[in-house]
Design a protein around this ligand. Structure first.
Ligand code: SF4
Ligand code: MG
Length: 336
């Protein structure tokens, strides 16, 4: 069947205002030509360091601002240029869970009202009893006691509040949930519980999920596919197992080398990248990663690599894959 979400060549360039006349002096190329799709019931993780543009992708999909170029297609309907009146019913179908469960819940609303609000707004319930029943079901779904609906957000822990945020997202009966660093602010043990909950819900409800995270260790537990972003572009996208076993982009390889593994002897040799992430105001020419890539060669500073399939479903944007296998450190099964 058709994907629930398609993002085609998405661009978001934020103008920089300044100078004597206060005009536009440049752009932050936050997202610069990003394409991917998510199937129904699939979890795609969007990973990368802070500032790579992954949250901007999430916000662009949610239409929190206008995009600079490209298309966002939800269930076959292009939504990026849709007037807000027509967009309203489609908004219900994609919900978001943000990082900070403390600021994203209204402290003056009881849990019951927080959960009832989307049910009412989207006209999902037939009467007051139906709302109450739905609110109770949502509490069950996120494993919170039903009798806690009369309490205030401040009476809950961080993990419990994130459960309430998830319940609020589910209240709208979405097809797609965007989780933007949804577990990043939580303690380690709580993180695992919320990740497990999201994974269970995803399976139980057949939800599609865009899981935005800087943390590959977390992603490994809950995703079907992974897309890696660097400086506004996707540099690699692959099924989870294939990406973790044999990354095909040097940036992914470096990120993975920092992920601790439980089995002794299986730890990758840590790759420390030189320098900092360059500014998205003036991204490097050619391959944007060439200033930090351990394998960069002459062509890398000249030509921009495009995403190409290196094996079934596994795409990478790197010139190494044009070379014979003997001269490609990322060729082959184990990336060796
Ligand atoms: Fe490194 Fe060149 Fe590949 Fe870019 S294209 S990731 S610089 S080897
Ligand atoms: Mg972010």
């Amino acid at each position: 069947s058709a994907p629930i979400l398609e993002v085609n060549d998405l661009k978001k360039h934020f103008p920089i205002h300044g100078g004597f006349f206060g005009g536009t002096t440049g752009y932050v190329y936050a997202v610069d030509g990003v394409s991917f799709s998510i199937a129904r019931g699939e979890t795609l993780s969007l990973v990368g360091e802070s500032g790579c543009g992954k949250s901007t992708v999430g916000k662009a999909i949610l239409r929190l601002f206008d995009i600079t170029g490209g298309q966002v297609v939800l269930d076959g309907q292009r939504i990026d240029d849709m007037p807000s009146g027509r967009l309203r019913p489609l908004r219900r179908r994609m919900q978001v869970v943000f990082q900070d469960p403390f600021s994203s819940l209204n402290p003056r609303m009881r849990v019951r009202d927080i959960l009832a609000e989307p049910i009412r707004n989207f006209g999902l319930a037939s009467d007051a009893a139906d709302i109450e029943r739905r609110v109770g079901d949502l509490m069950d779904r996120v494993r919170l006691p039903r009798d806690a609906v009369g309490r205030w957000p401040h009476e809950f822990s961080g993990g419990q509040r994130q459960r309430i945020c998830i319940a609020r997202a589910l209240a709208a009966e979405p097809d797609l949930i965007i989780c933007d660093e949804a577990v990043s602010a939580l303690d380690v043990s709580v993180k695992a519980q919320i990740v497990n909950l999201l994974q269970d819900l995803q399976k139980e409800l057949g939800l599609a999920m865009l899981f935005i995270s800087h943390d590959l260790a977390i992603v490994e537990h809950m995703t079907h596919r992974v897309a890696v972003m660097y400086l506004g572009k996707i540099v690699e996208v692959a099924p989870k197992r294939s990406l973790f076993a044999a990354p095909k982009h040097p940036y992914t390889e470096a990120l993975l080398s920092a992920v601790p593994v439980p089995e002794p002897g299986a730890q990758r040799e840590r790759i420390i990248l030189k320098g900092d992430v360059p500014s998205p105001i003036k991204p490097p020419k050619g391959c944007r990663f060439h200033t930090r890539c351990p394998y960069a060669f002459d062509r890398c500073s000249r030509d921009e690599p495009v995403l190409r399939q290196t094996e079934e479903g596994h795409w990478a944007a790197c010139h190494l894959h044009d070379r014979p296998a003997a001269e490609n450190p990322l060729a082959g099964e184990r990336g060796a």
